[in-house]
Design a protein around this ligand. Structure first.
Ligand SMILES: NC(=O)c1ccc[n+]([C@@H]2O[C@H](COP(=O)([O-])OP(=O)(O)OC[C@H]3O[C@@H](n4cnc5c(N)ncnc54)[C@H](OP(=O)(O)O)[C@@H]3O)[C@@H](O)[C@H]2O)c1
Length: 271
């Protein structure tokens, strides 16, 4: 008996070595990128704009950088960014992402959450307030946005969600007690959401030492140089590396959910 799920037409195509690799598959899709104006998020926004996605892009307070990105994307890709300002911890701000996406007139298809905080604090100053602030910024606020937008996508047409963790969430690094554990929780939450939702895939990108954004000062200051001089990594990460990883998970025919992709040039593997 043939399986009711068997697709003979597809099988016949493969016997003839005919495959489909869609290009510009995200063209026209509505995608919300929270924290999309930062060092890593902006490259993802540029890649998605180049492909013709319709973008809602959020930031917390740095309006001049957001406006500069909006102008650059309009000039380079003839694309319009719909900006949302405010802290994700605020329910009204999370609602604003949903409203901005709905105003575009097509179902929300994708959500990428870059918003996060390096939560740097000296060991002697690490206290309950610092731990709670990092948990709020790196876990509570992103997960509440994921819950709200993902539930809407699950009820509508389904889609893809990508959360941003860090290599420090998958391997222990010194001085990351305040930053990494909430990011590890975020990665675990992504798997829970991926299991719960049937029509929304949820994946995580975990960047390594990347040239732009919150690690810029550490990288330019030489903190990670020993990894290059010691042959651990061939170069520092670039925002384009992260953008390509995010885009992979966003592709409509992507077959992956509940996974963490570490984009660190092999740093956590070989250090
Ligand atoms: N850069 C790296 O090497 C690296 C490595 C590992 C992991 N990561 C992770 O990758 C993500 C992006 O990092 P990045 O380097 O691009 O950071 P970034 O340059 O500091 O940008 C952060 C972005 O998120 C926004 N944001 C921050 N907190 C927010 C909040 N509570 N509500 C709304 N928006 C908020 C910022 O808006 P404003 O500018 O207006 O504040 C900005 O758009 C973060 O989650 C980070 O932990 C980065």
């Amino acid at each position: 008996m043939t399986s009711p799920y068997w697709d003979e037409k597809l099988a016949e195509r493969y016997r003839r070595f005919q495959y489909e690799f869609p290009e510009r598959a995200l063209g026209g899709r509505v995608i919300a990128v929270a924290g999309g104006t930062g060092g890593l998020g902006a490259a993802t926004v540029a890649l998605l704009a180049r492909e013709g996605a319709r973008l809602v892009v959020g930031y917390r307070a740095n309006r001049s950088r957001a406006e500069a990105l909006r102008r650059a994307v309009a000039e380079q890709y003839d694309a319009t960014l719909h900006l949302v300002e405010g802290d994700l911890a605020e329910p009204a701000v999370r609602r604003a992402y949903r409203d901005a996406a709905e105003a575009l007139g097509a179902p929300l298809y994708g959500v990428v959450i870059f918003a996060g905080d390096a939560a740097r604090v000296k060991w002697e100053e690490l206290d309950a307030a610092a731990l709670e602030a990092s948990l709020r910024a790196n876990y509570v606020a992103p997960i509440l946005l994921a819950k709200e937008l993902g539930s809407a996508m699950e009820e509508a047409a389904g889609g893809s969600m990508v959360l941003l963790a860090t290599m420090q969430a998958v391997a222990p690094f010194e001085s990351s007690l305040n930053y990494a554990p909430p990011k590890a929780a975020l990665a675990h939450a992504a798997r829970i959401l991926a299991r719960q939702w049937r029509r929304v895939r949820v994946n995580v990108v975990a960047p390594g030492a990347t040239i732009a954004g919150m690690a810029e000062a550490s990288v330019s200051g030489g903190k990670y140089d020993p990894y290059i001089s010691g042959g651990v990594i061939p170069r520092f990460g670039r925002p384009e590396d992260i953008a390509r990883a995010v885009r992979f998970f966003l592709e409509p025919d992507n077959y992956t959910t509940g996974q963490v992709l570490v984009v660190d040039g092999g740093l956590t593997l070989r250090r």
